[in-house]
Design a protein around this ligand. Structure first.
Ligand SMILES: Nc1ncnc2c1ncn2[C@@H]1O[C@H](COP(=O)(O)OP(=O)(O)OP(=O)(O)O)[C@@H](O)[C@H]1O
Ligand SMILES: Nc1nc2c(c(=O)[nH]1)N[C@H]1C(S)=C(S)[C@@H](COP(=O)(O)O)O[C@H]1N2
Length: 194
């Protein structure tokens, strides 16, 4: 039996948190994960404003008190004065994982030239991997899943391909993915017999 992976989902948006528009971040994150991860999942979701203190306390609560092993944020990664998600994420980090931000910007350039405006970061805090995704709801699937050509061949791998092995290395529960969405990559030595 696979253990349940506990995932924190954080939508960071001034307007969605005030009810000016409907939040599409949390449903997009939840739907994508449900159709991709084939092992048991449990979610803790939060919708908050672009306030650095609130983002930091939410991340600390999800990791330290709720026991999440993976936390995905959406929103607040751009250059506008109220975009402070990367600062809050770095403030609670034990270690930075620069490859995630680099790869997300690389993937996103295949979709929009403004990809370089996202300052998104990936970090580890205690037992958890925390990843910032851009706020555009469509950017969630784009960055996690990557880009395919018309024949369905992967042109740019999404970052989620590296998440299962990263979770193994930090002691989180084993997860499997549907290869039709994302093929998880693990080195041979880390694979389980089929
Ligand atoms: N949680 C969300 N739900 C629905 N749409 C969103 C959400 N977050 C962002 N968007 C959409 O993506 C666009 C770009 O996102 P961005 O994070 O830059 O928003 P913003 O301009 O900082 O505003 P806000 O923080 O009020 O959402 C927004 O203008 C909005 O159309
Ligand atoms: N995959 C993807 N990445 C993207 C985008 C997008 O639409 N798709 N939008 C870009 C834009 S326009 C901005 S300003 C930055 C930061 O967005 P955020 O402030 O909503 O996090 O993400 C960028 N990265």
């Amino acid at each position: 039996m696979n253990q349940t992976l506990k995932i924190g989902l954080v939508s960071i948006s001034d307007r969605a948190s005030q009810g000016v528009y409907e939040d599409k971040g949390l449903p997009a994150l939840r739907d994508w994960l449900k159709r991709t991860v084939t092992t048991p999942l449990e979610f803790e979701a939060r919708l908050i404003a672009d306030e650095q203190d609130e983002i930091e306390s939410t991340l600390i609560d999800l990791v330290d008190y709720q026991g999440c092993q993976l936390v995905l944020t959406t929103g607040g990664t751009g250059p506008a004065p109220r975009d402070v998600t990367p600062e809050a994420t770095l403030a609670v980090a034990d270690r930075v994982m620069p490859g995630f931000g680099e790869q997300m910007r690389q993937i996103s350039l295949a979709f929009v030239p403004t990809a370089i405006l996202s300052r998104q970061v990936g970090v580890i805090r205690k037992q958890a991997l925390i990843l910032n995704l851009p706020g555009q709801p469509k950017a969630i699937a784009e960055t996690l899943e990557g880009l395919r050509d018309a024949d369905g061949q992967v042109k740019v791998p999404g970052i989620f391909a590296a998440v299962p092995y990263c979770l193994d290395l930090i002691g989180a529960p084993w997860i499997d993915t549907d290869p039709a969405v994302v093929k998880a990559f693990r080195p041979k030595s880390a694979q389980r017999p089929a």
